[in-house]
Design a protein around this ligand. Structure first.
Ligand SMILES: Nc1ncnc2c1ncn2[C@@H]1O[C@H](COP(=O)(O)OP(=O)(O)OP(=O)(O)O)[C@@H](O)[C@H]1O
Ligand SMILES: [Mg+2]
Length: 246
């Protein structure tokens, strides 16, 4: 099983949009587990479910197993562990390594080809638990100055996590989102990211497509659409590029 964590501490940078489309796209290639680790529950909504009030992925921090939170077949080949809506990470003092130990104890890797994790826009125990199990980290960013700053902050978080737990560094790729090549600032921000972090880390950009916002109403990611759209095309290419890196 390959685990892909979608992460950026900056809010509104298309983490959830990327997570649900990558998860649903990968589900055409193998069995996928989607973990909605953001209590906002937007990834759950994105695949046609609701964040739970009783049992969700965050319940593992309260002693539940990961498997008992699964909602199988939310779409073909896609299992969801929904967000636990009211989970408060700050009520717990030590949450280190919980997700990693659940993966191991429940042999999650034997049941899925891919695990995709949507994370909250914060640097807390939830994000740290996610980074601990990452084979790959995708950092979506809106190409503005603060977007570029946030990529740097996220890169440091990934390095720090690997150092803390003494594990190999996950493969990090940077995904420009809501990119418009006609906007000078977008082009310049992309150039800065290339210079600062290396061209090889960059995935091809995702353009603006209102269908990517509308998909949350139907609970069906546009990558599953019958009709081809720009957003669908961009995320399909993103998945192909990502698979080459895994
Ligand atoms: N390529 C795109 N084109 C148009 N709208 C987009 C695109 N990507 C994302 N959006 C919209 O931008 C908003 C933010 O996206 P999303 O919720 O995926 O970000 P996020 O990083 O998960 O946010 P948060 O930090 O709150 O978790 C949403 O309304 C989403 O529908
Ligand atoms: Mg989100």
């Amino acid at each position: 099983m390959k685990t892909i964590v979608i992460s950026n501490r900056k809010g509104g940078s298309a983490k959830t949009t990327t997570a649900v489309n990558i998860a649903s796209g990968l589900a055409k290639k193998g069995s996928v587990l989607l973990l909605d680790l953001d209590t906002q529950g937007h990834a759950s909504i994105g695949v046609g479910c609701e964040p739970s009030e009783e049992l969700g992925v965050h319940s593992i921090f309260e002693g539940k197993t990961l498997s008992e939170t699964f909602i199988p077949s939310v779409h073909d080949n896609l299992t969801l562990s929904p967000a636990l809506a009211l989970f408060d990470v700050y009520e717990y003092s030590d949450l280190r390594g919980v997700l990693k130990s659940r993966f191991k104890r429940e042999q999650i890797a034997d049941f899925f080809d891919y695990c995709v994790i949507d994370t909250p826009p914060t640097f807390d125990a939830i994000l740290k638990n996610s980074l601990e199990v990452a084979d790959a980290v995708v950092v979506p960013f809106v190409p503005h100055h603060l977007g570029v700053v946030a990529v740097g902050q996220m890169m440091r978080a990934v390095y720090q996590s690997a150092k803390d737990v003494g594990r190999e560094l996950a493969d990090v790729s940077i995904l420009p989102v809501m990119y418009n090549p006609h906007i000078v600032e977008h082009r310049e921000s992309l150039a800065k990211v290339k210079t600062s972090f290396g061209e090889e880390k960059l995935l091809s950009p995702i353009g603006v497509d209102i269908k990517l916002a509308q998909q949350f109403e139907s609970g069906s990611p546009i990558i599953l659409d019958e009709k081809r759209s720009k957003g669908m095309k961009d995320y399909k290419r993103c998945i192909e590029e990502l698979l080459k890196r895994l």
